[in-house]
Design a protein around this ligand. Structure first.
Ligand SMILES: N[C@@H](CCC(=O)N[C@@H](CS)C(=O)NCC(=O)O)C(=O)O
Length: 224
């Protein structure tokens, strides 16, 4: 991340939490689009008032465009932040992929896979009845099976090159993989594994994973 000052007229703020998969995908899209913003690292159990003042729902990421001006805009859904970033600049055509396939995959990830991912990752947080006799990893695997068959046939999820769906879904697959990395790397999903590794090693992922202390008012500006 660069620490050069951001011109006042193109300044945006991003409230983010390094390990949050939603915030990761927003940071990746902003980085790819070349949008430089002030990064404010948040601790989820102690959210800054400045963030709650602009978005009361209290989730990260939150992007504030032209903060403090009459034209201030707030975007507090990660996918919307990605789409806003790509509308500003999309040099490699992430948005060129089939929109119906893209939406379907992202919805399956955000709505269904994520539900079971939480149950797989944090089993102690869920009562037996919420698991309804299911095995969370097996439930997650239904989505991983879809990804594996796509990635066995082509290098990226929707097209011959990386597009929005890859970046929107990757942070959740990374989280799934790290829940039991030995099992994941044991050969069950070779194509997903290879795809994940390319993204893990990509500059636009590693560059948005730097560690910062929690932001407090008056701190020096950290630039994404
Ligand atoms: N639909 C939201 C979900 C964001 C979300 O749930 N983020 C989590 C962190 S990974 C959060 O902020 N949770 C609030 C909390 O834990 O207090 C988005 O896509 O931005």
């Amino acid at each position: 991340m660069s620490q050069d000052p951001i011109p006042e007229d193109s300044r945006s703020l991003l409230y983010s939490f390094r390990r949050c998969p939603y915030a990761m995908r927003a940071r990746m899209a902003l980085r790819y689009a070349g949008i430089r913003c002030e990064l404010r690292e948040v601790i989820l159990r102690d959210k800054p008032e400045a963030m709650l003042n602009v978005s009361q729902k209290g989730t990260v990421p939150v992007l504030v465009i032209r903060p403090g001006t009459a034209e201030q805009e707030v975007i507090d859904e990660s996918l919307d932040i990605m789409l806003w970033a790509l509308a500003q600049n999309d040099p490699d055509g992430w948005l060129a992929a089939d929109p119906a396939e893209t939406n379907q995959l992202i919805l399956a990830s955000d709505d269904d896979f994520k539900v079971w991912l939480d149950r797989y990752k944090y089993p102690d947080r869920y009562a037996a009845e919420e698991l309804a006799g299911s095995n969370p990893r097996d439930e997650c695997c239904r989505f991983l099976d879809v990804l594996e068959s796509r990635l066995a046939a082509q290098p990226w999820l929707v097209a011959g090159s990386l597009t929005l769906a890859d970046v929107a879904i990757f942070p959740f697959v990374r989280q799934f993989a790290h829940t039991d990395i030995d099992w994941f790397r044991g050969g069950v999903y070779p194509a997903v594994c290879a795809w994940m590794d390319v993204l893990l090693e990509s500059e636009f992922f590693t560059s948005v994973m730097a560690k910062y202390p929690a932001w407090a008012p008056g701190d020096e500006v950290t630039v994404l």
